[in-house]
Design a protein around this ligand. Structure first.
Ligand code: PAF
Length: 281
């Protein structure tokens, strides 16, 4: 496994790999790798000749109240994990390499952003789209892998890839869960013992909602009200949002049909957990 920190070197290597007829699978990350990232790498390993992981804590996607400096970093650990998971290249540029001067062309994401977590993170997806445009041009992947835990990010990337004709297959990868259904997250360790016992109720509420819809319920309000009751009865968490949209457009719908997403965020004492389910009704 090679670690590359210069854009020009990365571009030259990728050009050579493509000339040799190799397919490139790409897993973009901000490092501090967890099981979710490793699942993306494993999938990329299965489906491509070459696997590229990028590690770059992207300053442009942090809001004024979000601490870029405090974001956890541990490159040595990440390097070991990436090697074990079978990555061929780790692209690890610094901020100066990626953003050497003020950008002269700005990217604004106008759709799929003012809902779910995006509502509270103004400009966040502009930064995500900006860095992904750069990374896609540098790595030139055939396939790019993203976790469905952040389904809104996947929807935004889907818009980006289609609107700007990137010849890249976007591969959404299912959320990795604990045995009891709780979506794996580095934040789960902040739950108290009682909250940890309650937390699987979030996924359970999504599953029960799906059962109701698959049995014929078509009214989004009825589902939202059922889920609110369920979460309030089974957990001590405070519901931040539960929302239902078409997916990946993230538009409001009056009737539950076509591909939909139900997504939720619930605040516990020291952790805010998110989860979602998407499927075609
Ligand atoms: O999901 C992330 O870690 C980041 O948003 C991404 C896609 C690597 C862009 O910086």
């Amino acid at each position: 496994m090679k670690v590359i920190s210069k854009i020009s070197q990365m571009q030259a290597i990728m050009k050579q790999e493509r000339m040799n007829g190799r397919t490139i699978g790409f897993v973009p990350t901000m490092g501090y790798l967890h099981e979710g990232h490793l699942t993306l790498l494993q999938r990329a390993r299965q489906e491509n000749d070459i696997v590229v992981l990028s590690i770059f804590v992207n300053p442009t996607q942090f809001g004024p109240n979000e601490d870029f400096d405090a974001y956890p970093r541990n490159f040595e650990r990440d390097e070991q994990l990436a090697k074990k998971a079978g990555a061929d290249y780790v692209f690890y540029p610094d901020v100066e390499e990626m953003y050497p001067r003020k950008m002269s062309v700005a990217v604004t994401v106008t759709e799929r952003v003012n809902v779910l977590c995006g509502k509270q993170r103004e400009g966040h997806f502009d930064g995500v789209a900006t860095v992904l445009i750069k990374l896609f041009h540098i790595v030139t992947p055939d396939r790019a892998y993203f976790g469905m835990k952040d389904a809104q990010q996947v929807a935004v990337v889907d818009g980006l890839v289609h609107d700007y004709n990137f010849p890249i297959e976007l591969v959404p990868v299912e959320t990795v869960r604990e045995k009891d259904g709780l979506a794996k997250s580095s934040r789960n360790v902040y739950l108290t013992e009682t909250e940890r016992e309650e937390a699987p109720a979030l996924y359970k509420s999504l599953k029960l909602a799906k059962e109701r819809i698959d049995s014929g319920e078509r009214n989004p309000e009825a589902i939202l009200s059922f889920m609110k009751d369920y979460i309030q009865t089974h957990t001590s968490g405070i519901i931040d949002y539960i929302e239902i949209y078409s997916y990946p457009e993230l538009k409001e719908i009056d009737t539950l049909e076509g591909r939909i997403i139900i997504a939720l965020a619930v605040k516990f004492s020291k952790a805010r957990l998110i989860d979602n389910m998407t499927w075609t009704v």
